[in-house]
Design a protein around this ligand. Sequence first.
Ligand code: AMP
Ligand code: MG
Length: 324
Amino acid sequence: MIRTRVLRPNAAALAAAAKILRAGGLVAFPTETVYGLGARAYDASAARRVYKAKGRPADNPLIVHISDEAMLEDVVRQVPPLARKLMDAFWPGPLTLVLEKSARVPGAVTAGGLTVAVRCPGHPAARALIRALGEPIAAPSANLSGRPSPTTAAHVLRDLRGRVALILDGGSCRKGLESTIVDARGRRPVVLRPGTLTGETIARAAGVPLAAPGRAAPAAPGTRHRHYAPSCRVILAPPALVRRGALAGLGDIGTGLVHRTPWPGRRPAYARRVRGGVGAYAAALFSALRDAEAAGVQTLYVETVPDRGIGRAVMDRLRRAALL
Ligand code: AMP
Ligand code: MG
C-alpha cells in the first residue's frame, strides 16, 4: 500500500505528478470523458503497474494520451489521410484513434498488439500534465477493472486508494462517458467503441460512410467483457414502464431520464432524475451507478434511452453494466 494524495491540479501539484510519472509511478488525472490512471507511455514497467493497480486483464490495451500533434510522430508509424482529417476536426477532444504503433511504444501498452490507441484530451489539466512530463501518458479509466468508470476524484479514491500515488482533482468530468474509439487506418472510419462524439458526426467530418467492425478491425477489446458494473444488480427499464409507475412494486431504486415522479405510491430508496437530454444523462450515468451502490441499493432499475446518437454510447455501457 502506498499513500494516496489528492490535490487540485495547480503548478506545484502538476510538477509533483510529473516527477512521480518520470520515476515510473502512477497518477490519476481528470479528462473531459472520465478520470484516467496514467503512467509514462514509453516505460513498459510503468504500464504494467497500471494493469496491476486496476486488476486489469492483460489483453485489454491502454490509450496513449498526447498534448499536441508533435507528440504523435513518436507514437505512430504513419498518419493516414483519414486520421489527419479526424484529428483536425475533433482534437483536442473525446476521440481516440487506432493507428499502427511505432517501435517506441512498448507492447505492455498495446497488450502485445501492433496498433496503438491515441487521443489528445481537451481537459486543460490533462494536457498540462502531459506537457509537464514532456511525453505521452498511457492511461485507461481510473477504476478497478469491471467497475463503473470514475467521473470524480472521489470515485477514483474509492477504487484506488493505496494503489495510486496521486489523484489530481479537477472536479466532475463534463462528458462522463469514455471516448469514441475509431480505427482510422483505412479509407473509412470504423467505430470500435461508441462515445459522446457520435458515428454520424464522425462520418460527416470524414466525408465517407462508416465501415462496420470486422475481422481487420474488431470491436475494442475492452468492449467484450462485463464492465461498468456497480455492486448492485442493474436492470434495464423501458421508459414507458418507468413513466407508468410499473416499477413501483418491483424494487427500491431507479435512476433515469424522467421528468415526473416515476413511482406513485412508493418512494424508492434512491432515485436520480436527470434533466437536460441524453447528453446530461450520459454525464450523470456512472456517478448515479456509484451513488446507488453507496446508498446500499440491491437492485437498480435504470431507464433506457433510444439507441441512437449519444444514446448509443449510453446503451452500450448500460447493457454491459446489466450483464449477469
Ligand atoms: P479504458 O480507457 O479503460 O476504456 O480502456 C481503453 C480502451 O481502449 C479499452 O476498451 C481498449 O480495448 C481500447 N483500446 C486500446 N488500444 C486499442 C487498440 N489498439 N485497438 C482497439 N482498441 C483499443
Ligand atoms: Mg475502462
